[in-house]
Ligand binder design. Structure first.
Ligand code: S3P
Length: 442
């Protein structure tokens, strides 16, 4: 359904403490890894978004038993050998993470597997995972490098050597999942990207080694016969938290404390970038949890924001947050420059192009190339006109970025595809209402 959100005024000053929903990357990984254990795995605070529910549907089709009770989810998986011995169709919905990871997970599926997805996912690049997965011995038929894919796995995959050059955790993890089911030791040289899978494998005592240099991680994974159950309390998602950090920084006289967030160093690019721009944001109360780091994030309205020439080594740790960071650049003094970010155009919609479009609509000059954007900030930015946003690929992050722009810069906004938030952050609007409630009146 095409629901439209209308926003006609900026948000009132607020001072709030809140939680956001569970981390999407960890939620999908927990579902998929739990399906590989024959023992019962339990999670709390699993994100109940469409992407994660699609993952649950897939593992159920593959024979896992799943029980969802309020904040608790239990999975009894099938073990490493597949239970299903017939041709199967799986639907990854809107989720690139699920689509790419499950192909690696099913490397030993010995019937025909069809993987499909929605309009946005079907035109995303899957050759980036099928190319390395072919080396294990599987065969694939793709539609123009995208979905639907027909895959025929291999009963006894053999370990491979793989170089991952894009800084894609999805590609790295897909190969690591296939490695688990393979004979021998798979060796991966991967450009830096989020490392949740490595941490989970370590926690589960799966034979993995990791060496690091400045730009690459060198990972080995040895095939195993079975894996343990995984009990996990999913921390909050920094990618959801990001919208409220920026809302606070760009609003007047406001403060926010967002509790129990996964602040893994490979995910906190937004905090590091905003700090360099003068943004008042900090991580407090850090503690360790099963290999990850959890903390609270505090942010405050900031007056003198400055432009950034964003170091490329921060790109992968902020990959899902650039759209919202562009709004901060729009309100900063000077010209910001973000480069080597062509991967943004490989997301649920071409986000680099969308970022530029929205900046144009709010009157911010920007120069776009295929892998960079220069943003000419205006600290006095105020929007007075009517703006309509219609993203034909229903990208949840384009929707949420537009809402934050409307609530901080002003103007009369009509933003289509309200339902898109269900993919990653179903309670986004509810949380915004909570922030507005009994806000400090100006
Ligand atoms: C993810 C990795 C990132 C990110 C996506 C989730 C993951 O994609 O954009 O939202 O959970 O591994 P890439 O690895 O393709 O950059």
């Amino acid at each position: 359904m095409k629901k439209i959100l209308t926003i006609k005024r900026t948000i009132r000053a607020f001072d709030k403490k809140l939680n956001v929903e569970g981390d999407k990357s960890l939620s999908i990984r927990w579902v998929l890894i739990s399906s590989l254990s024959k023992k019962k795995s339990t999670s709390y605070n699993l994100l109940k978004s469409e992407d994660v529910l699609s993952a649950i549907s897939c593992i159920k089709k593959l024979g896992s038993k799943v029980k969802i009770k309020k904040n608790k989810c239990e999975v009894i998986g099938t073990g490493l050998n597949n239970k299903v011995n017939k041709n199967l169709t799986l639907n990854a919905g809107n989720s690139g993470t699920l689509g790419r990871l499950i192909l690696g997970l099913l490397i030993n599926f010995n019937k025909e597997l069809k993987l499909k997805g929605d309009k946005s996912l079907s035109i995303r690049d899957f050759s980036r995972v099928t190319t390395p997965l072919k080396k294990f011995g599987a065969t694939f038929k793709l539609k123009k490098n995208g979905l639907p894919i027909i895959m025929k796995g291999i009963p006894k995959p053999k370990a491979i050597n793989y170089i991952e050059q894009k800084g894609s955790a999805q590609c790295k993890t897909s190969v690591m999942f296939a490695a688990l089911k393979s004979e021998g030791i798979t060796k991966i040289k991967a450009k830096k990207s989020r490392n949740h899978t490595e941490l989970l494998f370590k926690y589960l005592k799966i034979p993995i080694t990791i060496k690091k240099n400045k730009n690459y991680d060198f990972i080995t994974v040895k095939g195993v016969k079975n894996i343990n159950s995984l009990n996990y309390k999913i921390p909050g998602d920094i990618s959801s938290c990001a919208f409220f950090i920026v809302l606070t920084i760009l609003s007047k006289n406001s403060k926010i404390l967002i509790k129990d967030i996964n602040v893994n160093p490979s995910r906190i690019g937004i905090v590091n970038i905003l700090k360099k721009m003068g943004g008042l944001v900090k991580i407090t109360n850090k503690r360790k949890y099963k290999g990850e780091i959890i903390g609270d994030i505090f942010a405050k309205s900031t007056k003198n924001l400055r432009a950034i020439n964003c170091p490329t080594n921060l790109n992968s740790s902020a990959i899902d947050e650039f759209l919202i960071i562009f709004l901060v650049a729009a309100k900063s003094k000077g010209i910001s420059f973000f480069k080597d970010i062509s991967e943004l155009n490989q997301k649920e919609s071409p986000r680099l192009i969308w970022g530029s479009k929205i900046l144009n609509l709010i009157g911010i000059k920007n120069i776009l190339t295929k892998d960079s954007i220069k943003i000419y900030g205006n600290p006095d930015l105020k929007v007075k006109k009517s703006i309509e946003i219609k993203n034909f690929l229903k990208d949840h992050r384009v929707f949420m970025m537009s809402v934050i722009a409307a609530l901080t810069f002003g103007g009369q906004w009509k933003i289509s595809d309200l339902d898109s938030i269900k993919t990653s952050f179903p309670t986004f609007l509810k949380t915004l209402k909570f922030i507005e409630q009994k806000s400090i009146q100006n």
